[in-house]
Design a protein around this ligand. Structure first.
Ligand code: NI
Ligand code: MN
Length: 245
């Protein structure tokens, strides 16, 4: 239960959880503020033509989470880890790779594992995709994350096909929202992402991994309508936009 007093001295009591801020940086890169910390996911900003207006120097992070090794998820990881002094959370093989490039703060994980951090709990879940680092180094298995905090619980699919394993997600934490790849061709498309949202029991979805390249361009209105018809609110924040969830 939450109790708070507003500027007029009115006391509010409610069960509403605190809202969580999410900033979209294009492709699959986004940041959330959780438990007083900033978590940045899959940084791919400098090489993204659509994210030219984002100044990477302005980005702050306490943690950087990487779903897998592909360059469209890791391109700016080393630079941002050094710039922000953030702790990188990723598959063991990826943390080995970043440590060889001078990143000192990292936390290796793997599918099925969970860890309590100072912002909440990270559970690494299955993703059906591939994972190799930009220089050809093996990246281990691709992952999704279930993040549980005192503010909100959410699921980030990473790059993945629709998989039955998604039905397990609510056992670890019923998501208040799900960040899902929707661009098709390399990952789930809209139809499969709708099924994914249903499986993880999320009523709100944030779409990522679309429009960046020719193969993954989508019709925004068509996507929103398809989700709406399934009873799910699809949000597609503009690059650089911060939304509250
Ligand atoms: Ni990928
Ligand atoms: Mn990708």
């Amino acid at each position: 239960m939450l109790c708070f007093i507003d500027t007029r001295g009115c006391i509010f009591v409610g069960l509403e959880k605190k809202k969580m801020k999410l900033t979209y940086y294009g492709h699959s890169c986004f940041a959330v503020e959780a438990g007083g910390k900033i978590l940045l996911f899959d940084p791919f900003i400098k090489p993204n033509e659509l994210a030219k207006k984002i100044d990477i120097k302005s980005i702050k992070a306490d943690y950087i989470l990487l779903s897998h090794g592909h360059s469209d998820h890791t391109a700016d990881c080393i630079e941002l880890a050094k710039q922000t002094n953030a702790t990188v959370i990723a598959a063991f093989e990826i943390t080995e790779w970043i440590s060889k490039q001078g990143v000192e703060k990292f936390h290796p994980m793997n599918i099925g594992g969970k860890w309590d951090f100072d912002f909440g709990t990270v559970k690494c879940v299955n993703a059906a995709h591939s994972s190799v680092l930009p220089d050809g180094t093996y990246g281990g298995n691709p992952m999704g994350f279930v993040i549980t905090t005192t503010d909100k619980t959410f699921y980030y699919s990473g790059d993945t096909a629709l998989i039955m394993d998604m039905q397990l997600v609510p056992r670890w934490g019923k998501p208040d929202f799900a960040v899902l790849c929707i661009g098709d061709n390399f990952t789930m498309g809209i139809e499969d992402a709708i099924e994914a949202a249903k499986m993880v029991k999320a009523n709100v979805a944030i779409g990522v991994h679309y429009d960046t390249f020719g193969f993954i361009k989508i019709d925004h209105q068509q996507a929103k309508t398809a989700f709406k018809n399934a009873g799910i609110d699809l949000q597609l924040p503009a690059i650089g936009e911060t939304i509250e969830l």
